[in-house]
Design a protein around this ligand. Structure first.
Ligand code: CO
Length: 274
């Protein structure tokens, strides 16, 4: 295992090498030279390698959870202080299951390179997963961080092989999906059977689609989790999948004993002792 501590850059643009950058790295007493191609053609080859190997290439978006009534003031803060603007919005009519609901505003920076959906709980028949998060996190915080890959199938095969645990999706999700895709304007290039085996979700509109999957919480508490996403001409966040995601999360929430029945008065009051 090389610790990649650079001993020094031995070749590069400054030494007249237009094509190759070389760094010497050291492991104990052994040194070795790493060559990296720096021409655009080789960047293209690196892109192809990322595709083949299912690399996680960049942070696609970061979602924050806020307590009830804080979503608007917090998104206003991003717009006023950091010159963010609203990117896309969804209301709790679109995102709810029978029991639990949320509202969401997406803010983005001027260049639209940073995307941050901000959630707050909405009243449902039972406790919102956003409220569960707030209670266990002791306040607002990051709900999930999403990593973008050009090849989600390989990425998830790799992550599962290393022991990463993902939320499960019922098989009837894929039955419904197959039925709906028959009349859709887009075609999903990936093999649906493979997506189903790996429990990867699909969301789409008339112009493109996205593939996504959510991990289980990365700590013992039901707080932060990760998402992996692959986009094909689609800039949404998977609103169409949120119902099935909610149902999957709520199955776990119920198993933890936190899918508590709420009245309007008790929304927002922590029920759990921890
Ligand atoms: Co997401």
């Amino acid at each position: 295992r090389w610790d990649r501590t650079p001993v020094g850059r031995v070749k590069g643009l400054e030494t007249g090498s237009r094509e190759v950058v070389s760094h010497a790295i050291r492991q104990d007493k052994v040194s070795r030279k790493n060559n990296n191609k720096c021409s655009p053609a080789s960047l293209h080859r690196n892109g192809r390698a990322s595709h083949e190997m299912g690399h996680l290439c960049f942070i696609d978006h970061v979602v924050g959870n806020q307590p009830d009534d804080k979503m608007v003031p917090v998104s206003d803060w991003y717009q006023k202080c950091l010159m963010f603007h609203r990117f896309w919005s969804i209301d709790d009519k679109q995102i709810h299951t029978e029991y639990s609901a949320l509202r969401s505003i997406v803010v983005t920076n001027y260049e639209e390179t940073i995307k941050m959906p901000i959630n707050e709980p909405a009243m449902g028949k039972k406790k919102s997963q956003i409220q569960e998060y707030i209670d266990y996190n002791g306040g607002p915080g990051v709900q999930h961080i999403t990593l973008n890959t050009p090849n989600i199938i390989q990425a998830i095969v790799n992550l599962r092989a290393r022991g990463m645990e993902f939320l499960s999706t019922p098989d009837n999700y894929y039955d419904t999906l197959r039925q709906n895709l028959k009349t859709a304007k887009i075609k999903v290039k990936e093999d649906l059977k493979t997506l189903q085996e790996l429990k990867i979700l699909v969301d789409y509109d008339d112009k493109g689609y996205l593939l996504q999957i959510f991990t289980k919480p990365v700590q013992d508490r039901p707080t932060l989790f990760l998402e992996v996403i692959q986009r094909d001409n689609h800039s949404g966040f998977g609103a169409g999948n949120l119902k099935s995601l909610f149902e999957a999360i709520e199955k776990d929430q119920d198993a933890r004993g936190n899918l508590t029945v709420l009245t309007p008065e008790s929304q927002g009051v922590p029920k759990a002792s921890y």
